[in-house]
Design a protein around this ligand. Sequence first.
Ligand SMILES: O=C(CO)[C@@H](O)[C@H](O)COP(=O)(O)O
Length: 222
Amino acid sequence: MIEIVPSILSADFARLGEQVREAEAGGAERIQIDVMDGHFVPNITMGPLVVEAVRRVTRLPLEAHLMITNPQEYIETFAQAGADIIIVHQEVCPHLHRVIKQIKAAGKRAGVAINPSTPVFMLKDMLSLLDMVLVMTINPGFGGQELIPETLPKIVELRRMLAERHLSCDIEVDGGISEKTAAQVVKAGANLLVAGSSVYNKKESVAQAIERLRRAATSEHL
Ligand SMILES: O=C(CO)[C@@H](O)[C@H](O)COP(=O)(O)O
């Protein structure tokens, strides 16, 4: 099942609640909240207070994508704020196994993200513990970038590794996902598509944008 996951990074923050409700009404399956600290990535965005606020306006599962150093210090905070899925970056977790266990102990689903330059095999021994691997298809930090084509074989490789071991872990992609690239990432093996600027694009309603993206994503699979 392909799921569309709007990233609120590109939403109009002055009417955030409304924009989240529009995504839910438009058929989005989850919402992603991009947490950036200005250290791991060169941008500063949202924190647990935003997760808490979004939690109040939607029943959709919330993903907290932690693009921060020392994520282990904030797992419980984001869990309490209402995140259902907590995603940490492999690059900042020397004790990744411990962090995954921490997320599970908080009663949440665990995801690990890898940057475009991080090989998939870094997660090989953790795959059976994960609910999701997020393959970043851009360098994290900003919305509106173009998908990096070198990331596509990583999705293929990850899908193969999961299939070989009969693991049901989701493969999410994030960055540059649009009508043009959606079918490519699905064909490579992704099943969760994060989209920011192509969903909150101001040229059409959020529902229309989600529908268009879903059609593009599933077109080769009809
Ligand atoms: O995590 C990030 C950025 O680091 C993303 O979630 C972006 O928000 C995706 O934006 P688009 O590429 O879809 O505009």
